[in-house]
Design a protein around this ligand. Structure first.
Ligand SMILES: C[S@@+](CC[C@H](N)C(=O)[O-])C[C@H]1O[C@@H](n2cnc3c(N)ncnc32)[C@H](O)[C@@H]1O
Length: 211
């Protein structure tokens, strides 16, 4: 397990959760507008096909405080699983589900996605803001393909540019980050017999893999 990343997100959980809320002070608004546009866009991209999630099973990998899990529930998913190796993130996600009137099957797992053995597969798997922290992306893609029934969604942070540079500086004391070019992603995915789509959104590549 990548202990440094897990500990960083364990401690950062409350503040990370607040990014999604309406922190209305001027500085936060400015940061969200210029540096976190990608977070908003990838959320919109995952849920843009309205009927996809109806009656589906969903796995949210590196689920953090569970915003994608809640949205999957709202979009009609009937079985939702979130996994994250930062215990405080899972705590927030669980509390969120407990405080909403959630009447479908759900589960939250504290573990490393790389090590955890899932007993079943999922219609949709969400990997948002996750590949940034992964030293061996091939291992993740292999496991994602094995576990996906229909589609999986990934964000990959783009190599180069001002946004990557400022983020690298901000994260230098937090945890190690990994960046990708479009060619890196193509090389990663071309090994497999899958259909995929790569879209550029702000500082990320949004990748959809179809089985
Ligand atoms: C930037 S947050 C993204 C949270 C959520 N997906 C979102 O976009 O709102 C990344 C999360 O991935 C988790 N994470 C990173 N590597 C992981 C791994 N190998 N197994 C499980 N969780 C992991 C971190 O603990 C953190 O909560």
């Amino acid at each position: 397990m990548n202990v440094r990343t897990s500990q960083f997100f364990h401690q950062y959980s409350k503040r990370f959760n607040e990014i999604y809320g309406n922190e209305n002070n001027f500085l936060n608004k400015l940061i969200n507008k210029y540096f976190r546009k990608s977070m908003r866009l990838r959320f919109e991209y995952v849920f843009r096909n309205l009927n996809d999630f109806n009656n589906s099973s969903v796995l949210d990998v590196g689920c953090g405080p569970g915003h994608y899990c809640i949205e999957a529930f709202k979009k009609g998913s009937s079985n939702i699983v979130g996994i994250d190796f930062a215990p405080n993130m899972i705590e927030i996600a669980k509390n969120k589900f407990a405080s909403e009137n959630i009447d479908v099957k759900y589960d939250f797992i504290i573990d490393d996605f790389i090590d955890y053995e899932f007993k079943n597969t999922f219609d949709y798997i969400i990997f948002m803001g996750f590949m940034d922290y992964i030293s061996d992306p091939d291992q993740i893609i292999k496991k994602a393909i094995k576990l996906t029934n229909k589609k999986s969604f990934f964000s990959f942070p783009q190599k180069g540019g001002f946004l990557a540079f400022q983020r690298k500086i901000r994260y230098s004391y937090r945890c190690k980050l990994y960046y990708y070019s479009k060619r890196d992603i193509e090389n990663l995915l071309n090994k497999y017999n899958i259909k995929y789509q790569i879209e550029e959104i702000e500082r990320d590549y949004f990748v959809t893999i179809e089985k």
